[in-house]
Design a protein around this ligand. Sequence first.
Ligand code: HEM
Length: 611
Amino acid sequence: MAVRLARSRASPVGFYRGWVSHKTPCPFLTKRPSSNISRQSFSCFCRPSFTTRCLKYSSRPHFTPQSYSYNSQSNSQMRQAMSSTQYKSRQTTSLKSWLPTGTLFPIRLREMSSLSTEEESETYRKAMPYRKIPTTGVISSLPYIGARFLFKPFTKYPVEQFGHMINGLHEAHGPIYRLKISKVWQVNIDRVEDAEIAFRKEEDAPYRTPLLIEQIYNQRAKSPVNFVGITNGSHWRRVRSSLNVLMNRPRSVTHYLSAQEQVAVDFADRLYREQGSDPAVVTDLFFRFATESVGVVCFNKRLGFLDEDSRTDAQKAKLLWSYRTNTRCVSEAMFGRRILYRLYEDSFYREYKEAKETIVEHARQCIAEAREETTQREKEGTLDPDEANFLLSLVTEKSLTEQDVFDVVFSLMAAGSDTTSCTLQLLFYALATNPDKQEKVAEEVLTHMGRDGPLTAPVLDKLAYMTAAVREGMRLYFPVASSGERFSQHNTALCGYQVPKGTRLILNSLGNATCPRYFDNPESFSPERWLRNKEGRREKDIHPLAHLPFGVGRRNCIGRRFALQELYLAATKTLQKYRIGLKEGCPPLETIFTPVRVPKHHLPFTLTPRD
Ligand code: HEM
């Protein structure tokens, strides 16, 4: 079967605009293609970067006569090699003739689109070319420094408001635009209809951009740590499939209800006692609550971050500092505020390293204890493989290596602290500033749980208004800058433009959460919008992709059930006893993104006991 290589319309020429025209014959093309591949379409391959790299790494020029005699098999091999995120050529016979095995592929993900197939849809072919997608201008497209021009003083957005900047650019450019961050072009979309097309066919292991600081740490450190959220390929697939079994079943989550409930009780009591103190101390309590709650799941024991002695006990204080520092450093490095650590171990990096090593040491110790316990109980014959003990399940899971177990524990602790802590603060803020809604939640909680009753799974089913309030809190104060980063896995037509396979796509889920297209009165806190009547219908239908605080698809948030459970627990346990308020004179809420949405100033919550 003849292979048709991409013609100029289907290939991402925008990337190379001004460098090479598709009509320009390749300077290395000495012979006319012998097969039915046209000279013009073949020259799609002759891009400067491709050509020069091929020449640089290959022992012979890449356009040998053999390379023209593609057949459908070599084409699929080519695609396979090209879609490898390892950027290494594979040992395939037809490729070998012109790219030795191990040759570095100059393929950026978007270039995968340069090979199109007959299946490519008519809609895609008819759509406007990629280069026509509105963009933010020439200067902001400069690699690395260009992105600076998108922020203050050149625009009204400070860097930490980048979530709002993405949303603001939609207002300026419409539902689709291109943007260059560091060296990578990304396409931003905000219509749910486009999101549906883009996310519809997800591959087995969607790609996520790695974090540079984590990569550098792993190169320098003796014991690497692979944060599941940014690993890719087979490592991610293996770990994630085990986690799906262990964490995605409602039963696995409700098993931790009573342990996490105790954490919530301690949190509410301590918040009451410390409410008058420095607002920074109050903010700190939220972080302690979230880290302690996720710690109960990961380590099957209390870490003691809400104990009386937690500020004086050096070990607990150091561990908590480490979790906090790890989050802060990753955020600072991500926004390019720290650069020198890339070259050498500066003071910023040393702090990050110390935090990470403390977390690593603690986690390794807990895992070793769990292993010991497993061996002991196996000997005694008391080990129940179905026991709902997360750490025990991890260490007895055959498909996970010792490193995987450690990676999972680290990832859940790292991903589950700041996110839940800030989301809870914003929920409390929404309740405090909407006292009528807060009273409705409290009434429901008191009706079904009483003043001291526990939150059980059957009770939770009855708390429709409370769960709607939590959801509404996450809509009004959407918790992350964007919850949908994906690399398109097919040539797709979005908004009438061609978006080639491999393009980095960002869904404006932050903007959608408060967009009047999807929500009536989007700026009001209205849990009612989420309630369903007896027929299971909402007052107004809500598109499932309009509100994605936990992302979407195969790479969605693995901890979402736990996160929701923690939010429900903190809300119910606090409202059973107290009314949530804010100190008089508290300024209006301002938030920044780290990329988690964080209140810019500490929120001075007050708790008043219910009569
Ligand atoms: C309110 C709290 C939370 C929010 C808003 C949140 C949000 C998110 C979002 C938006 C993603 C990316 C999803 C995507 O790209 O489609 C994510 C990924 C992730 N979250 Fe959460 N999260 C929360 C709590 C948690 C908790 C408590 C844990 C751990 C117990 C956790 C563990 C993870 C992990 C491991 C990933 C990476 C998943 C993967 O790449 O396979 N998160 N989260």
